[in-house]
Design a protein around this ligand. Structure first.
Ligand code: ASP
Ligand code: MG
Length: 409
């Protein structure tokens, strides 16, 4: 007998028929003798609808009240799923985050989980009940309802699995696992049987939307056995996210290709090259709450240098405005940029032991005449910024160049 936490995303519970299907799957696991804790998202589109509703009332909704509103989607799903389970002859009890006592800090709309009280859940499980918990929500020390950020039900699932020391956390979604890249762009993309936490973390933060980044961090930290599976197909093994790369297996050099379309590049030209200049440029950008990603400072000529960085495209106009002011008091020559950039990243722990990965990437792009505008690397990833119009081509040729369309031997 195993204790399994299963998380179902919005599409998997998108209508009554699908909720009944989830109930069937849960019933099957229980009939096999497992204890099951289910975490659900709001029905698909519901959280967006609630946010829009709030915005109709206030352009800048009070964060505490916003959480009161947007946490309700999940509460509907837990009740409906428990009803469906009972119809299927399975004992089930629903819990909101507060009823479990998923204690979080008080950062409304992006709260962090501090502690989970497992007692109620354990008691129900031992009594033979399925436990159904609302994802994405918690409660702070003062009893305020909090939410965990978009996609936060993944994190609820992993956190419950860690707290209950579950044997496995299964994330059911509308894809049947983690792919080498987005199959909508590369039809030859393959489902991975395993991927390491480190790789998954890079993939998630570089644009792969399968799992919320924080859930992956959490699972890595607490060594939760995490698996991504399809809620629409039975019998698949999905993708297992592993702690250690399997030492006995030949690792592929690259495990996946992630990309992000929504990038923009900004260059501040002719800034005086002296201590403090990076801070003078990026300080005001950070103060304006704009995330900066890749940063490049060139070698200087005649005491001035060029300074480039990327921001998320929706922040582009705001960033340019901030920098016009920076230009005025640093004496920079010019601020310009391009809002149609994209980032393509190759990810793989195999890079550590294989030289020449970067050069193969650059050669592949060069052969297609794709100009690389910026490069950044870490131990297990190489990212390039290119013109957005070459994004799909770049992903396709890299996928082929690194042999990702072929099943590993
Ligand atoms: N319902 C929330 C959202 O749409 C949380 C989740 O689905 O994970 O972001
Ligand atoms: Mg989700």
């Amino acid at each position: 007998m195993a204790l399994i936490v299963q998380k179902y995303g919005g599409t998997s519970v998108g209508n009554p028929e699908r909720i009944k299907n989830v109930a069937k799957r849960v019933a099957k696991f229980q009939a096999e003798g497992h204890q099951v804790v289910v975490v659900v998202s709001a029905m698909s589109g519901e959280t967006n609808r609630l946010i829009a509703l709030a915005k109709d009332i206030s352009a800048t909704p009070d964060p505490r009240e916003l959480d009161v509103v947007i946490s309700t989607g999940e509460q509907v799903t837990i009740g409906l799923l428990c009803m469906a389970l009972k119809e299927a002859g399975v004992e089930a009890r629903s819990y909101t985050g507060a009823q479990v006592r998923i204690l979080t800090d008080s950062s409304f709309t992006k709260a962090r989980i501090l502690d989970i009280d497992g007692e109620n859940m354990r008691r129900d499980l031992d009594a033979g009940s399925v436990v159904v918990v609302a994802g994405f929500q918690g409660v702070d020390e003062q009893g305020n309802i909090t939410t965990l950020g978009r996609g936060g039900s993944d994190t609820t699932g992993v956190a419950l699995a860690a707290a209950l020391k579950a044997d496995e956390c299964q994330i059911y979604t509308d894809v049947d696992g983690v792919y080498t890249t987005d199959p909508r762009i590369v039809p030859e993309a393959r489902k991975l049987d395993t991927i390491t936490f480190e790789e998954m973390l890079e993939m998630a933060s570089l644009g792969s939307k399968v799992l919320q980044i924080r859930s992956v961090e959490f699972a890595g930290k607490y060594k939760v056995k995490l698996r991504v599976l399809s809620s629409f197909e039975d019998g698949g093994e999905g993708t297992l996210i592993t702690v250690e790369e399997d030492k006995n297996m030949e690792q592929p050099i690259i495990s996946g290709i992630a990309f992000n379309r929504d990038e923009a590049k900004i260059t501040v030209q002719g800034v005086p090259d002296k201590p403090g200049i990076a801070y003078q440029i990026l300080g005001p950008v950070a103060d304006a709450n704009i995330d900066v990603d890749m940063i490049i400072q060139n070698v200087s000529h005649d005491g001035t240098t060029d300074f480039s960085f990327t921001v998320n495209r929706p922040d582009y106009d705001k960033a340019i405005k901030v920098l016009e002011q920076v230009k005025a008091h640093t004496g920079a020559r010019e601020v310009n940029g391009d809002r149609t950039m994209a980032k393509v990243s190759i990810v793989g722990v195999g890079m550590r032991s294989h030289p020449g990965v970067a050069s193969r990437m650059f050669r592949t792009l060069a052969e297609e005449g794709i100009n690389i505008q910026m490069i950044s690397t870490s131990e297990i990833k190489i990212s390039v910024v290119i013109d957005e119009k070459y994004l799909e081509l770049a992903v396709r040729v890299l996928h082929r160049a690194f042999g990702l369309d072929q099943a590993p031997a």
